[in-house]
Design a protein around this ligand. Structure first.
Ligand code: FUC
Length: 740
């Protein structure tokens, strides 16, 4: 539970998030006027119909031979500045758009300025935000939740004495593109975005037990003299994820239906349906690292006093932060809407940082690192759909810009299939993103084992990304190896040929595609092409002059450089090309040590994962500490700065990597347990190959390991608890195996 003793004064730092994937809200808990800023995930400017025009980032005028000319220059000169390449391959961005706030809901509460015993909390187990205080003799309580099964946000106000609840509900928005009207206790907001005509609608039905509900001519709804009152809110747009129009049905019917249905339930039923849905996901994983429970210190104080030392309060914050990542993913990524963006689903602005978009040179991928292992595989459905929807525009970009087969997307994208380029020199070019995006699809298969999923969802996207690279890899005149060119290590250095990350991503893609092609029995001819490309591919692993893993094919690394991206360690994480104990792992450690323990929020989160993969639990834990100390806000949101949810998700993933790993086909128990967590237990983590893992440990050593197999197949387990350190069993689906 996160809890505080005062209302939130600031959206980004203090308000508390609730969400059901499509809808999100930030609860302030203001005493005299409750404030809920809310979102619907598809409310985006830009795209088709944008006043600026729209081209998906594809070149507005053809540039035949432009990429090849850059490749030739790179072969001759070795390096080109990002500005030089952007001048030749980039173009100004039009109609990209930005994620929009839906607006603000205020509940003005007459005459209750003084508050005693104030408490504001977010209960992660039930996904309910509560505000409670006493005014005069009356104890007041508000509850808010976002229900996935009923598709609504719900809020309820109550008091411990009858007839004490009254408020006026009103809507406002920073845009002037709507009308708000109320009748029958229902406030209806309708409008269309000026930029692209996207239609939107929200309805908020107010209900009460006792008292009266009246609708004002000014679009407000007023409750007076009630024992309790609640509202249900639904919102939608006419966005559809279908290329090229990106429009579907007017939202009116769906919003009306959701509000009508939810209003038909008694409040307790609505709440029970929500809790049953949420807890079925959230309750799967339990982590005990010695935290005190229930925590007796407000969360903002827990954070400000965090020392990274050995106090139980520190463990409380660490375990809370771990579970908060799981909570946030459930709240911002459920089937039926877009995936979690840079801010999950929460955005209060019309011009959010980076448009609150989908950056695909680390950020969107990081959002889903925890999904499989932290036992929330259902949350990946929107990601899969997003990738699927990107393939049609991505195919056109591949054809028009590269003259090649396959699909491609660059550094960042939007819900309207922006798969081309812009002209910000250090971030416009990253065609490796498509390959990287498909990694999660294959991971979903590796964890879950559904061949239907592999055949129907993962493989088509992987194969088409592979076809792009089969067409676009080029022989490096220096050594004949196949390389990516032009190649740019994200947001760092010059353009070169065959930078480590480019090569490692393509290596990962081809490896996964070859495996999948074998499982599915794709044609021998295709498999042979992939196999040959993989054999000829420059693997992107090189040890440089100071023992580092080189970021570029030439030894250009500066040991004093602490850039936040550590892209050349992709092969360590989230890739699996580097095995522990190898020379590559040693070199990765040298590079990582040189980059230091700083960085922005997501960068620190990535470093937790790296150190865990290097089996250094203490350093992984130190990075978790760095993130909590200097990249975490009082509401426990990760801050880049500004707020970016990727760091929350990356940190949760990092904690899992400390406890269980399985990327190399072996289930590793406690691969990177820090000394700071000598005794503990974890329940419900998932491993590749099909197992749910429970571990107890004492004095840093496992005392009990239990695996529940989810597939019938051979499983190899490695643990200090096992007589020979390792055992292979013929696991049977549904059966539990236990060692003590
Ligand atoms: C990547 C990062 C930036 C920022 C942006 C949203 O481009 O390099 O630091 O996180 O995404």
């Amino acid at each position: 539970m996160l809890w505080y003793t005062a209302p939130a004064a600031d959206w980004e730092r203090e308000a508390l998030p609730i969400g059901n994937g499509a809808l999100g809200a930030m609860v302030f808990g203001t005493v005299t006027s409750e404030h809920l800023q809310f979102n619907e995930k598809t409310l985006w400017t830009g795209g088709p119909g944008s006043v600026q025009g729209y081209d998906h980032g594809d070149w507005r005028t053809p540039r035949p031979g432009a990429i090849q000319a850059v490749q030739d220059d790179l072969d001759r000169q070795g390096r080109l500045t990002p500005e030089a390449v952007a001048g030749r391959l980039g173009q100004s961005r039009v109609g990209f758009g930005a994620y929009q706030t839906f607006g603000d809901l205020y509940l003005d509460l007459p005459g209750t300025p003084a508050a005693n015993d104030y408490r504001r909390e977010l209960d992660l187990d039930n996904a309910v935000a509560t505000v409670a205080h006493t005014d005069g003799q009356v104890r007041r309580r508000r509850e808010f939740f976002a229900s996935y099964p009923d598709g609504v946000i719900v809020g309820r106000l109550s008091a411990d004495q009858p007839g004490q609840v009254g408020f006026t509900l009103r809507y406002s928005s920073p845009r002037a593109d709507f009308t708000a009207a109320s009748s029958g206790g229902r406030l209806t907001v309708r409008g269309a975005l000026a930029d692209n005509g996207l239609r939107f609608e929200a309805q908020i039905q107010v209900l009460s037990s006792g008292g009266t509900v009246s609708s004002g001519a000014d679009g407000t709804v007023t409750v007076s003299g009630a024992d309790s009152a609640w509202f249900v809110l639904a919102a939608g747009t006419d966005y559809a994820d279908t290329h090229p129009g990106y429009r579907g049905a007017d939202p009116h019917a769906a919003v009306t239906r959701a509000v009508d249905q939810a209003s038909g339930y008694p409040y307790d039923t609505l709440k029970a349906r929500h809790i049953a849905d949420h807890s079925a996901l959230f309750g799967r994983v339990a982590l005990d690292i010695g935290q005190s429970s229930p925590p007796d210190v407000p969360t903002d104080r827990l954070l400000s006093s965090y020392t990274g030392g050995a106090s139980p309060a520190d463990r409380t914050l660490e375990s809370l932060f771990f579970q908060y990542g799981r909570y946030l993913l459930i709240a911002s990524s459920r089937a039926g809407s877009l995936p979690a963006n840079l801010q999950g689903v929460w955005n209060q602005s019309t011009t959010p940082p980076w448009s609150a978009d989908y950056h695909v040179n680390i950020n969107l991928q990081m959002n889903y690192w925890l999904a499989e292992a932290a036992n929330l595989p259902e949350t990946t459905a929107p990601y899969d759909r997003f990738v699927e929807a990107m393939r049609a525009p991505g195919r056109r970009t591949a054809q028009e810009m590269f003259g090649s087969a396959g699909w491609v997307v660059h550094n960042e994208t939007n819900p309207y299939g922006f798969t081309g380029v812009h002209d910000w020199a250090t971030s416009f070019w990253f065609p490796e993103a498509a390959a990287w995006l498909t990694q999660q699809l294959y991971e979903h298969y590796r964890f879950g084992g559904s061949t239907d999923y592999l055949r129907g969802t993962a493989y088509p996207a992987m194969k088409e990304a592979t076809e792009f690279w089969l067409d676009n890899l080029r022989a490096d005149p220096r050594d004949g190896r196949l390389v990516v060119t032009p190649s740019y290590s994200p947001e760092h250095g010059d353009f070169t040929v065959g930078a480590a990350m480019s090569q490692q991503i393509v290596h990962d893609l081809l490896t996964n595609t070859l495996e999948a092609a074998g499982i599915l029995g794709d044609s021998p001819a295709f498999r042979q092409r992939v196999e040959q490309a993989l054999a000829a591919l420059d693997p992107g692993l090189r040890v440089g002059s100071w023992g580092q893993l080189q970021e570029w094919k030439e030894d250009l690394d500066d040991p004093a450089d602490d850039h936040r991206h550590v892209s050349h360690l992709f092969a360590l994480h989230p890739g699996r090309q580097i095995e522990p104990g190898t020379a590559w792992a040693e070199a990765a450690k040298v590079s990582l040590t040189a980059r230091g323990d700083g960085g922005t929020g997501w960068s620190k989160a990535w470093k937790i994962n790296f150190w865990a993969r290097l089996s250094d639990g203490d350093h992984a834990h130190r990075m978790l500490g760095e993130q909590l100390k200097s990249s975490t806000l009082p509401n426990l949101w990760d801050t880049h700065p500004p707020f970016q949810v990727d760091g929350n998700f990356g940190a949760t993933s990092g904690v899992v990597e400390m406890l269980v790993q399985s990327q190399h086909g072996v289930v590793e128990i406690l691969p990177a347990l820090p000394a700071a967590w000598p005794d503990g237990s974890v329940r419900g983590l998932r491993a590749r190959g099909g197992a749910v893992v429970d571990i107890d440990w004492v004095d840093g050593k496992p005392t009990r390991v239990a695996l529940t197999a989810t597939r019938t197949r051979r499983l190899t387990v490695r643990s200090a608890l096992l007589r020979h350190g390792e055992t292979t069993l013929k696991a049977v689906a549904g059966r539990r195996y236990e060692w003590r």
